[in-house]
Design a protein around this ligand. Structure first.
Ligand code: FMN
Length: 192
């Protein structure tokens, strides 16, 4: 696939969250190049309030162990087959990007930082989509588990805002309809 093939409009409209990946590995260089471009997201005072913890290739095995421990309730009570079945949702993505944002004590800055990092995530998702790589922003509860955070390498004062799964897929899901523009717009002064 070309480095860039979609218009911005098409990328925005056609991107879908991919939850069923086909297991094909994501090349480290491709993922790094996507993340590098995504860093151009707008952010107030150029605080660049983000860092990534990335797993693709060989380090995925260790991450899968962590996801098993914290992401599969009572995993040790499951049969090998049942556990393997449940683990597919963690093993099928070709890579993981954990997006880490500082928790500024000041509310305005903290909200701005979350907003900026969300734009960065959208950048990643669109750039990946353009290269035929799907993604899904996931926020399972265990992201805030102190033991999971520590095992992942997250420091006090930081928050994992997204477990972004990335990977190749065989089929994109159908789009879920959005509200029409008429439903969400009021022209100033015309509200009844
Ligand atoms: C902040 C945020 C958190 C999300 N968390 C999850 C999640 O935990 N699990 C999940 O399956 N999808 C999650 N999603 C993906 C949404 O479900 C998805 O974007 C929505 O269904 C619309 O589908 P689309 O992205 O294909 O347009 C999240 C999306 C956002 C923006």
């Amino acid at each position: 696939m070309n480095e860039q093939s979609l218009t911005v409009k098409d990328a925005i409209i056609q991107r879908r969250s991919i939850k069923l990946f086909n297991g094909q590995p994501v090349d480290r260089e491709v993922l790094l190049s996507i993340l590098e471009d995504a860093l151009w997201a707008p952010n107030h005072q150029l605080r660049q309030p983000w860092r990534f913890i990335v797993a693709c290739g060989s380090e995925l095995n260790e991450l899968h162990e962590l996801l098993k421990e914290y992401g599969i309730p009572k995993w040790h009570e499951l049969s090998e087959d049942a556990l393997e079945k449940q683990m597919q949702k963690y093993k099928n993505p070709g890579g993981y990007v954990f997006v880490i944002v500082p928790e500024d004590a000041r509310q305005k800055e903290r909200l701005e930082d979350y907003a900026a990092a969300s734009m960065l995530v959208q950048n990643i998702q669109l750039l990946a989509w353009d290269r035929g790589i799907g993604s899904c922003w996931k926020t399972p509860g265990f992201l805030d588990n102190p033991k999971f955070r520590e095992s992942l390498g997250v420091k006090p004062g930081e928050r994992i805002i997204s477990m972004l799964q990335v990977g190749y897929y065989d089929e994109a899901p159908k789009p879920k309809p959005r509200k029409s523009i008429e439903e969400v717009i009021t022209f100033f002064g015309n509200e009844n």
